[in-house]
Design a protein around this ligand. Structure first.
Ligand code: FRU
Length: 480
């Protein structure tokens, strides 16, 4: 059944409240995110026939504010060239492709006998698409993993640039018309993580200290820092032909949690806005096909704004939820500042807690070399967040977080992220039924991890073995 006609159960236990999830069926990578005429488009890898991977289509939704999403009918269907794998979309402002001024053009992988790149255009803001009659537009029968085209218009070299995942490298192609592509260069040999296949690249500029740097995202599966799939990145320069990485200690990871994969950024955000906006798939190939949701599978991360930041040691790509998300805040519980010696518990975070809320607070470890806090429920289920300042790690422990038995790969003891030493940690933690997203110090350290508790976590306790920690500006908001 197609998603727009399906009578779906929106109230099932692990259906997120404020994260995007498909009405029915399986979802993986976000695709073709593009902004046009006041709408943020979100297409996505979609199986409309079941809750497991297969039969890939592009599902479609739009939003005016990155908070509420309107489900639209399936945008792209499998055809003679294959099923529809990941890709991107652009607005062809100058009609370089000849499909029409301001055509919305999707560039995607046709997954048939070989993986090839195809295009389709829409003249009605993504409501209907026509596939180009000369597809595919890019082939290479020597490479099995040849996919996930991400395209942007590069002003300086006056051409479209495509980043394409080509097995264990990213190959860049150039085109004047989106139809004919020629190879520019290849990046990735001997640098970064190569524990698995390279997928879903994205090349885009960000500024730091008034200087433009180019960032290259490469998703990799498996080989992530905590197992399974994850997104690594490189920072460097791009001259219209070649990407040259800065000397850094690669790999760097966008999100050290287990559940943020295949994310890329929106195209055609107006210059007056100027933000670089991102969304990722909130799951992991290690267990995605086993997760215990019923009528649907998977949600996206919150839409996030990416920036370059200096974490005291080196440049990083930071990410925080877009500011639009603040408008989801409903009832607010404010708690008094606490100086904590050993432990302290906030028994009841919210009066009505369905498991969809945001918490923010600042922790000042005044001499303590470690502290942790945990969210928990009456069934002894818990999510632990452990700040080890001596070993410079933020660990998330979901080994007692709720349902675990659906996959052997789900409950590992700790999920680690590097944590620079600071006098103060500003923490924002988003909980939405089956997910946690923690942002430390404006997104310099991020972890996204799913969980399947049998009741909402409505208590929070802090623990620190020695020393005193001060916890300040504690706010909890119901989000809706
Ligand atoms: C990443 C990925 C892509 C591919 C798509 C297929 O999760 O493997 O490389 O295009 O999923 O659904």
């Amino acid at each position: 059944k197609q998603s727009d006609t399906f009578e779906y159960n929106y109230d099932e236990t692990y259906r997120p409240i404020y994260h995007f999830s498909p009405p029915y069926g399986w979802m993986n990578d976000p695709n073709g995110m593009v902004y046009k005429d006041g709408e943020y488009h979100l297409f996505y890898q979609y199986n409309p026939y079941g809750t497991r991977w297969g039969n890939m289509h592009w599902g479609h939704a739009v939003s005016k504010n990155l908070r509420k999403w309107e489900h639209l009918p399936v945008a792209l269907f499998p055809d003679a060239l294959g099923t529809i794998f990941s890709g991107s979309a652009v607005i062809d402002k100058n009609n370089t492709g000849g499909f029409g001024k301001d055509a919305l053009i999707a560039i995607y992988t046709s997954a048939g006998k070989n993986q090839t790149q195809s295009i389709a255009y829409s003249l009605d803001n993504g409501r209907t698409f026509t596939t180009y009659n000369q597809n595919p537009v890019l082939t290479d029968s020597n490479i099995v993993d040849f996919r996930d085209p991400k395209v942007f218009w590069h002003d300086a070299s006056a051409q479209w640039i495509m980043s394409l995942a080509t097995s264990q490298t990213i190959t860049f192609y150039g085109s004047k018309n989106l139809k004919e592509w020629n190879k520019l260069s290849e990046f990735g040999e001997g640098i970064g993580s190569h524990g698995g296949v390279w997928e879903c690249p994205d090349l885009f500029p960000l500024t730091y200290d008034g200087k433009t740097k180019w960032v290259l995202f490469v998703s990799i599966n498996p080989g992530g820092p905590n197992g399974g799939s994850a997104t690594q990145y490189f920072i460097g320069d791009f001259n219209g032909k070649t990407f040259t990485p800065d000397t850094m200690n690669y790999p760097l990871w966008l999100d050290y949690g287990r559940d943020n994969y295949a994310g890329v950024t929106w195209s055609d955000i107006p210059a007056t806005d100027g933000r670089r906006l991102f969304i990722g798939w909130m799951n992991n190939w290690d267990y995605a096909n086993n997760t215990p949701t019923e009528n649907f599978c998977s949600a996206m991360t919150l839409p996030r704004e990416l920036k370059l930041a200096h974490n005291g040691e080196h440049l990083v790509v930071s990410s925080i939820p877009v500011k639009e998300i603040n408008e989801l805040r409903r009832e607010n519980q404010r708690f008094d500042n606490q100086k904590i010696e050993k432990s302290y518990t906030f028994d009841k975070l919210l009066k009505d807690n369905v498991g969809a809320y945001e918490m923010e607070f600042v922790v000042k470890p005044q001499g303590a070399t470690a502290f942790e806090f945990k969210l928990f429920n009456q069934n002894n289920e818990q999510m632990r967040f452990i700040f080890d300042l001596k070993n410079k790690t933020l660990a998330v422990d979901r080994s007692k977080s709720g349902k675990l038995d659906f996959s052997d790969n789900f409950a590992q003891t700790v999920i680690n992220a590097p944590l620079p030493t600071k006098n103060s940690y500003k923490i924002r933690l988003f909980v939405d039924k089956n997910s946690t997203e923690i942002f430390v110090n404006d997104g310099e350290v991020v972890q996204t991890n799913t969980m399947f508790p049998t009741a909402a976590y409505n208590s929070l306790s802090f623990d620190n073995e020695q020393g005193i920690i001060s916890v300040e500006n504690i706010n909890v908001y119901n989000l809706k």
